[in-house]
Design a protein around this ligand. Sequence first.
Ligand SMILES: Cc1ncc(COP(=O)(O)O)c(C=O)c1O
Length: 451
Amino acid sequence: MPSDAFLIEHNARPLWHPMAHPAEMRADPPKVIVKGEGVEVTDIDGHRVLDAVGGLWNVNLGYSCEPIKKAIADQLAVLPYYSGFRGTATGPAIELAHELTEWFAPEGMARVFFTSGGSDSVETALRLARQYWKLRGQRDRTKFIGLKKGYHGTHFGGASVNGNINFRRNYEPLMPGAFHIAAPWTYRNPFDESDPAKLARLCTKLLEDEIAFQGPETIAAFIMEPVLGAGGVIVPPETFMPAVREILDRHEILLIADEVVTGFGRTGAWSGSRLWGVRPDFMCIAKAITSGYFPLGATLICEKVAHAFEANDDAFGAIGHGYTYSGHPVGCAAGIAALAETKRLALNENAALRGIELGVALEDLKQRHALVGDVRYKGLMAALELVSDRETKTPIDKKTIAQVFERAYRAGVMLRTSGPNLILSPPLVITSRDVERIAQALDDGLAAAAR
Ligand SMILES: Cc1ncc(COP(=O)(O)O)c(C=O)c1O
């Protein structure tokens, strides 16, 4: 292990950080996290904080899940790696694929394609969607529609369907054939409509119009997160996703549910699609599939799409896509253990219950702090959007939100800032007492920044 002095000296020097400005990281080096225990992490100075970020929406089981650690160690001892490409398979990949289809995703999801993470899972869904239409003889169906504010990872396909300018502009030109409609976001939308049901109707009308404009026979799929995460925890009205499914069905367009964040209980339901009672054609999962203990993702594929591939015996049916680490045996062993623990502890139920408590606390903070423009939450996904003026909804400046973060950190809670939003995605094993600690730290941080 390198010494603390070495880590401090070299922090943010050769290492570039995702989603950060290298110069900013050098000027203000990131906190070095050295240990995790329960729902807390400790930094290099020995300061211990409750991790209200849950790693990065993924450490649902906290940092001390012995069954996952044991499963990883056992698998490493027996077979640290073997390929899942044509001709070979490993036991953990077969078992986890079975678990996922049997238990996690019974909504008609029939097949599993393993990946190394969320961006890979999205890429897989986009590519297989295009291939599906070629197999069906509808070769013009190549376009995708997504939501503005949607986030679908960083590969070129995913970035193209992303609806957030920050993740697009520096990398343009992106993939042609990707289009966007406004997200049903009650706090900010082009219609100034705050009624959820009316807004859902307006946004689904946008979808109908875009489909008509592009030509339904040219559209492969529509992609959305059941609850938009990175865009600032935008919870669609409950009527939205079912209405989208109905429109897509009418035009035979596939639905890709990006459940990289919403999978495995985060919203209070096992998946975001189930939360809204919708059956997608593809489901992208990653993050909590191993509770963050090993990089792994998967794309789940519905029966109808699977049939088109499996019933086809010419070269088009072959999947010309995959990753060296698709079905990594150590990752899959971690996944099997993580799923078993997730199920045993009924983490969806805890997320729903603790989410209600968190929601009450956030509404209270909104009442008492003028800096809070809006609060949004579903299960244990939550955001506080900070504004400098509630009337004009002017987003808070970087310095003020950084003050809230630092003060909360000193008070013992790790938050995440994203633009004007404070994002909360704590481990799903948190207790009511942990919710109180998060609320207290936010209270301290908001009070300090307002002074
Ligand atoms: C909804 C969604 N899709 C895809 C991704 C990309 O996942 P990864 O960072 O594992 O590539 C993320 C990451 O946060 C995400 O939130």
